[in-house]
Design a binder for this molecule. Structure first.
Ligand code: OAD
Length: 370
């Protein structure tokens, strides 16, 4: 096991995770009894628990400080924008993008943490989610959803999987090529200065560009494995892919202890609203936020918890750069403490970063020959 693998060993955090879940569960029960006096037993298992938790997070009942790893969506709320001036704090003096480039050139950063979203893949031809007009959520009218995010909502999927199966056919990895930004990540890893790449994307382009698994945290899951979201039984990936290709929703064939068959719809292991994030997300971030000396957040609207809180969790001495078309910040009472901002395309920033570490030509070569 390498250092990077061993320091995020998946074991050892169960107690903490359980304590956190117990806390949130208590909140769920409290909220439930406030409304209709339902009992603990009436929550009826993990599915309803996660759904209850999802609503609690959405409605803002779960305190910001609670470590919630259930995916939630704040996108229906107004997302606060960072004010139109460069932020600064006593711990993190304001820096320009050029200052960060200079530091990179001087070898100041040895542990770069990346927090990325759909914006890094738009140059590959994959739409992001929330850009008005071109974003995926503005282009789902054919599914007649009450809200666009339902296509990735576990409750909706359990009764109507067809929209997701249709969309997944278009979004599945394989048709797209990595961008300059994805190639930069592989170069940072090869140079030995990449601590970890946290991605919300399910397009697999980081991997395709050559970023090894040990550097990757696919926070919103992956198309490369599949399972039943209700009983967790694994599904053969070729069978899953065939079902997606044919757009025929597949049901779980697991024999239950009472001899019934699970019979719920299965899906690739991408994380839906109302589901938990992979254990690796929580386990690795606890270590990485302490170790990172530069955090680069790229191409994300920072609207989906718990991922959106990552940039503000890094230690005070870590420089915190935002690379995005817009100034963004999470919904909630606090904002990420970015101390540098590059407004523009992630690929433009990637070229400048590669040049700063002496790999500008190599980046262009890889992108051209890909
Ligand atoms: P969004 O669509 O919410 O945000 C993309 C951000 O990238 C926006 O702020 C854009 O302005 C910016 N952007 C677009 N193209 C860019 C470019 N070439 N260079 C720089 N910035 C660019 O996407 P995410 O934040 O990734 O979850 O969305 C987070 C999650 O919401 C997704 O993982 C998905 C979605 O619901 C699930 O499906 C589970």
């Amino acid at each position: 096991m390498t250092d990077r693998e061993s320091d995020i060993d998946d074991g050892g955090l169960d107690e903490q995770t359980n304590a956190l879940l117990a806390h949130v569960r208590a909140l769920a029960l409290q909220s439930d009894s406030d409304s209709d006096n339902d009992s603990d037993a009436d929550l009826g298992g993990m599915g309803e628990f996660t759904a209850a938790l999802g609503s609690l997070v959405r409605e803002g009942h779960v305190p910001r400080s609670t470590e919630v790893t259930i995916l939630s969506d704040f996108s229906t709320h107004t997302i606060e924008r960072i004010p139109d001036h460069d932020p600064s704090s006593p711990d993190r003096p304001r820096l320009s993008f050029e200052n960060i480039l200079e530091n990179l050139k001087n070898g100041k950063y040895k542990n770069i943490m990346l927090c990325v979203g759909a914006g890094i893949s738009t140059a590959a031809g994959i739409p992001d989610f929330r850009t008005p007009g071109t974003g995926l959520y503005d282009n789902l009218s054919k599914y007649n959803l009450s809200q666009a995010e339902d296509v990735f909502c576990i409750d909706y999927f359990s009764t109507n999987p067809a929209p997701f199966y249709n969309l997944a056919r278009e979004l599945r990895p394989g048709k797209f090529k990595p961008t300059m930004t994805h190639h930069l990540f592989a170069l940072l890893a090869e140079k030995g200065i990449l601590l970890r790449c946290y991605t919300q994307n399910i397009d697999g382009l980081e991997r395709q560009a050559g970023v090894e698994s040990k550097y990757l945290v696919e926070a919103h899951g992956t198309f490369s494995t599949a399972s039943c979201p209700f009983c967790a039984t694994s599904v053969d990936i070729d069978t899953m892919n065939k079902a997606l290709e044919d757009e025929i929703p597949l049901k779980c064939s697991k024999q239950m202890s009472d001899d019934s068959v699970c019979n719920r719809f299965v899906k690739p292991d991408i994380v839906f609203f109302g589901e938990g994030l992979p254990k690796r997300f929580l386990n690795s971030k606890i270590v990485d936020v302490e170790k990172a000396d530069l955090c680069i957040t790229m191409g994300t609207s920072l609207s989906v918890p718990p991922f959106c809180f990552l940039p503000e969790e890094v230690n005070a001495g870590c420089d915190n750069l935002l690379v995005n078309r817009d100034r963004v910040g999470p919904w909630g009472e606090s904002r990420p403490d970015f101390n540098a901002f590059y407004q523009g395309s992630s690929d433009h920033a990637a070229v400048k970063i590669a040049e700063a570490i002496g790999l500008g030509d190599e980046l262009k070569r890889r992108h051209q020959t890909d």
